[in-house]
Design a protein around this ligand. Structure first.
Ligand code: NAP
Length: 294
């Protein structure tokens, strides 16, 4: 249980509701900032404005998956008010206060470092990233169906990258009957792709490998689907770029050539916010319990 633990939940989308539900079930005391348009009330959670929050008693601050913007603004889909996280707020918190976020940026890194508070990026954890790859793949399938007039079954699909998302994407599209080839740069990844019964290729051969692809799914957060690569694709190729913004595709050139290229961020929050929220809620509650024991 988290009885007596004071937590500020600042902003976010429907995924945060699962986190709030889980933490209130565990008897934590929650301040909800950026939720005034949410009809639902949670026992043990109070809606507050950011300038009313008493940061001096907070054990934990929970930010939404994207963390903050580069100016400290926090996305709040349940509020019209602009909410900013400032270093003065963190300075008010007790030294043991931990800040949880999905990902970080230089602004958030900077203010937590200056305030000497611990920042935990949940999406850096393998468990979160692997669980989260499940709704990501389902969202990718949805996009492939919506944006093509052929079946996935029998299509030739190139998946770029064999990380936590790439592996789940490749395996699932193969299970749907696609001819899947996977591009990687490490020989151990090439070995794993072979072991999985997929067709491996080195990313250095990408220009050649895209000549017959119907769908190209990128998971590499680095410009990899360059103008040169796109120029070798059939014009009907659909590019689905899953890598975090700005993606790994030359979108300008794709548009110029008439190749449909879609940047598809945040799929778990779109196609399965409840599951995506539960994934975060389970890991968060476990981590906070471990913090409390220390
Ligand atoms: P990951 O496990 O770190 O995998 C990244 C892959 O990219 C690895 O295979 C890595 O290969 C490769 N890579 C990185 N830099 C490269 C480079 N310069 N050249 C060639 N290969 C490179 O990450 P992940 O968890 O799979 O996530 C992949 C991306 O998807 C991230 O940007 C993440 O934010 C995003 N994501 C998006 C969604 C969505 O809804 N769209 C959901 C979840 C995650 P090496 O091992 O060789 O470095």
């Amino acid at each position: 249980m988290l009885t007596g633990i004071q937590i500020a939940v600042i902003g976010g989308d429907a995924r945060q509701l699962e986190i709030i539900r889980k933490l209130t079930d565990l008897d934590a005391k929650l301040s909800l900032i950026g939720f005034e348009q949410l009809d639902h009330a949670f026992t043990g959670a109070v809606k507050e404005k950011i300038d009313e929050v008493e940061f001096s008693n907070k054990d934990v601050i929970i930010l939404p998956v994207p963390g903050t913007g580069s100016d400290g603004q926090i996305e709040t889909i349940f509020s019209n008010e602009k909410v900013y996280l400032r270093k003065e707020m963190l300075n008010e918190t007790p030294p043991h206060c931990t800040i949880y976020s999905g990902i970080s940026n230089s602004y958030l890194d900077g203010i937590t470092k200056q305030a000497n508070r611990r920042l935990v990026q949940l999406f850096e954890r393998d468990d979160v990233a692997i669980y989260n790859s499940i709704p990501t793949v389902e969202g990718t399938i949805m996009m492939a169906i919506q944006h093509t007039d052929t079946t996935i079954h029998g299509s030739t699909i190139a998946v770029l990258g064999l990380g936590r998302v790439g592996m789940s994407v490749a395996r699932t599209f193969q299970a749907l009957g696609a001819n899947v080839k996977v591009g990687a740069r490490k020989s151990e990844h090439i070995a794993r792709i072979t072991e999985m019964g997929l067709t491996p290729f080195y990313l250095s051969d990408l220009d050649n490998e895209v000549k017959d692809v119907d769908i190209c799914i990128n998971t590499i957060p680095y410009l990899i689907v360059t103008a040169s690569v796109i120029s070798k694709m059939p014009v009907h190729t659909l590019i689905i770029d899953l890598a975090s913004k700005p993606g790994g595709t030359d979108f300008r050139y794709a548009e110029k050539r008439g190749v449909k290229a879609l940047l598809a961020p945040g799929l778990p929050g779109i196609v399965a916010p409840k599951t995506a929220g539960k994934i975060l809620a389970n890991v968060l509650s476990q981590l906070i319990k471990e913090d409390v024991k220390k």
